[in-house]
Design a protein around this ligand. Sequence first.
Ligand code: NAG
Length: 391
Amino acid sequence: MPRLRLRLLLLLLLLLLLLPPPRLGASHASPPDGALELLQGLRERLREVTALSRRYWAHLRCRVWPEDCDGDKEARASSLGWSLPLLGQQYLDILTSWYCSFQDCCGSGDCRISNNLTGLASDLSRRLHGQHLARELVLTSVRGYLELPRPHKALALSFHGWSGTGKNFVARLLAENLFRDGLRSDCVKVFIATFHFPHLKYVDLYQGQLTDQVRKTQERCPQTLFIFDEAEKLHPGLLEALRPHLEGQDPENPRVQSRRTIFLFLSNLGGSVINEAVLNLLKAGWSREDIQLEHLGPQLQAEIAKSTDSGFGHSHLVREDLIDFFVPFLPLEFRHVRLCARDAFLSQELVYTEAALDQVAKMMAYVPKEEQLFSSQGCKSISQRINYFLP
Ligand SMILES: *[C@@H]1O[C@H](CO)[C@@H](O)[C@H](O)[C@H]1NC(C)=O
């Protein structure tokens, strides 16, 4: 660390020396000629260095701008007695905007967190097809949670449905609208049960790693999102390790309490129960959009709780009501698959014909055998399938 610190300080001083002195009366918006190109080059270098020591930069910034960082008391206490007039306010402004262009300090609060609920609402209604229940439930629960001034616990949502119905897609939309860098954000972690925790015999090890990652992410960000894909395959021991974090009490770290944390559990548990219920209602003459949560919720919850082959159903999370909402994803019909195909063409900026959309949608298998109502793969891998129709 001392070497890194020295290098960073040297780099900073070098930067200051290389800039021509600020002209009095010059506007902040127009830094001296040549400075911008210079900054661009140095910025690239610094990006590499700062990737290594993001935290250190925040610390350094606090030393230079003590009023900027009420959180970092230690840094403030040890503030280098640099005086701002000495450095020149103009330099500082240039440096601040440059630093903030790739760091976490813009405007008010933390610019890694965007919480664009308008964007979320618009994405859920325009880009998610055939999921009126999920759209409504996800938007209201997330909006309600983000509006709480001091949440006492995490928000936990459990997504259920067949593959290809949009569970991962909604998780991504949430990440993209709540965090500037989407799924790649420092504040977002994705765990895939069979990928991150594949071996039964290492459950103890995974428990430690998981708790550690959750805690570190929470320390790094005031708002975090944790996504667990294939939740039905998570070992009960791992779910148990998550429990204190869902309850909002991390015994070893009271500091992260009352931060905003969202947990998403994605699984196909209960998918068949949802499909059966929807099929029955449709056959009874209901329109899909009239199906409400109360028509599916109780059956879904009962099915999850009694699923003997899944740690998730049997976990304390489900049994102790730590999951706030069970979100059903309905099986998709031909018209929804067509919409997915249209989106896929549009996102690749390709022209399409109505006939092509029909053809793509027809490539999917539909079940049950008799009614042929629901796409058995939902909208999965539609974007690969449109490749057959390219000119
Ligand atoms: C929120 O999302 C909408 C739609 O995607 C977008 O037009 C708008 O610019 C976003 N707002 C902010 C503040 O990023």
